[in-house]
Write a protein that binds this ligand. Structure first.
Ligand code: PHE
Length: 452
């Protein structure tokens, strides 16, 4: 362990706490909102299969790399990388890989919070009974109505960001660990309830066939590269998040086993959410490729006039909110750690200032759905879409590539042997092969593809 490590930064108190925090970060809108709709777009089974392969050969090796670098460096993302680069005799400029990831996390937080606000708004609609027993038309109108209202969007975005800042400002143990230890089990229960209900719907068989019977004629290069990009996003890679979370993992816990568990949980949750959502969608004769509005439109529509519609809608939007919340927390954490390390800012001040700034940019993103819709700084994209494209298409793969090269070519085998520990020696060889050759090439492919 390097001398950068000070116990004052705090450790996750148990391995389970770390698993909850990391899985809480990984399981987010990507699993419940995006995975189902891109699976729908790219034809189901074959896409799911491609996605599983990407998780194994790109996602897992990078996850191990990020957690290991974070723990070994024992500091904020950029400082951890810098310390290791210097220790291995390389340039300290490698720190930029950490900074870039950190910037990506901060920028994503700005608009992620706006979407988190949508899930809060819908939870409120569900709780207040506005989603039950109504015709299709007013239900479908709710989503565009929400987007058209600056006041509502900013209100819910503000509330969501407050939830995030309050947790992060309380620190690793009393804030993040405590919150995720409630949110994660609750999410699993909510999801289970949804899946149990899905089994009672007439279209469960269709949903399973759609998700798991591959038709390779439906999968093209775009689908493949989308699967790869999503494997990245869903495991929260390339954003310094796992670096930051790993830096609080105690030496006695296995990184390899933790990573396997996190990736497995994230994948199972995405698959379960997909199966449940498509069962509901198909049972109501709705379309699986409705795009980004999929859950906000189809779920209320599908549940609208069911006897169990009220509790199911409440369950679903609680699930969505918890997923978004635990992910947003992890998006703020790297910035707060950077401010702590670089300027010795206390956590409280860092959280409120960084959160406040992200909130401000988020307000502009929210307004880009209505009053600022005409402001299109680049390529005809609104601010919301621009930030989304910039982060997901450029910053994430770039940082991921940097992490893979750093872990595979800068860090010595000896260091990784030591960091992964005697119990996991058998993994070091295969891991190094993947992270040196396979991961960088595939990530580069996604990056170049995105630039088209
Ligand atoms: N992994 C999250 C999801 O699937 C998204 C996310 C990205 C969360 C980056 C944190 C950091 O929705």
């Amino acid at each position: 362990m390097s001398d950068h490590h000070s116990a004052a930064r705090g450790f996750w108190s148990t391995r389970l706490a770390f698993i909850f925090a990391a899985t809480g970060s990984a399981v987010g809108l990507g699993n419940i909102w995006k995975f189902p709709y891109i699976t729908g777009e790219y034809g189901g089974g074959a896409f799911v299969l491609a996605y599983l392969v990407c998780i194994a050969v790109v996602g897992l090796p990078l996850l191990v790399a990020e957690i290991a670098i974070g723990r070994r460096g024992g500091s904020s993302p950029a400082a951890s990388i810098e310390a290791l680069a210097v220790a291995e005799g390389y340039s300290r400029q490698w720190r930029w890989v950490g900074s870039l990831g950190n910037i990506a996390a901060f920028l994503i937080l700005t608009f992620y919070s706006v979407i988190g606000g949508w899930s809060m708004a819908y939870l409120w609609y569900a709780l207040s009974g506005r989603l039950s027993g109504r015709d299709a038309e007013p239900l479908l109108a709710m989503f565009p109505d929400l987007l058209a209202s600056p006041g509502l969007l900013v209100f819910w975005h503000t509330l969501f960001m407050l939830l995030v800042v309050v947790v992060v400002s309380r620190g690793i143990g009393r804030g993040i660990e405590r919150t995720v230890s409630v949110l994660m089990p609750a999410m699993l229960l909510l999801l289970l309830a949804l899946v149990v209900y899905a089994f009672t719907t007439p279209a469960m068989g269709d949903s399973l066939a759609f998700m798991f019977r591959p038709d390779f004629s439906l999968l093209d290069t775009t689908g493949l590269l989308t699967a790869l990009g999503h494997a990245f996003f869903t495991l929260s890679l390339g954003m310094s998040v796992m670096l930051a979370y790993g830096s609080h993992l105690h030496q006695r816990f296995s990184i390899v086993r933790s990573s396997l568990l996190i990736a497995a949980l994230d994948t199972v949750i995405a698959l379960l959410a997909g199966v449940a959502i498509f069962a509901i969608v198909f049972s109501n004769g709705l379309d699986p490729d409705a795009g980004p509005g999929l859950i906000f439109k189809t779920i209320p529509l599908a549940l609208g006039d069911l006897a169990l519609g009220y509790p199911l809608a409440v369950v679903f939007f609680f699930l969505l909110l918890f997923a978004a919340w635990s992910s947003a927390i992890s998006l703020l954490e790297p910035t707060v750690e950077a401010l702590e390390t670089r300027w010795q800012w206390p956590r409280g001040r860092g959280s409120w200032l960084a959160g406040g700034l992200a909130w401000g940019i988020g307000v502009l993103c929210a307004l880009s759905f209505n009053v600022l819709a005409h402001v299109q700084p680049l390529a005809g994209l609104t601010l919301f879409n621009l930030l989304d494209a910039l982060t997901a298409r450029i910053l994430l793969p770039l940082t991921g590539l940097g992490i893979a090269l750093f872990a595979g070519w800068v860090l010595s085998r000896r260091l990784m042997d030591d960091e992964l520990g005697p119990g996991d020696q058998a993994w070091v060889g295969p891991w190094r092969f993947l992270i040196r050759y396979v991961t960088p090439l595939l990530v580069l492919a996604v990056f170049l593809f995105n630039l088209r």
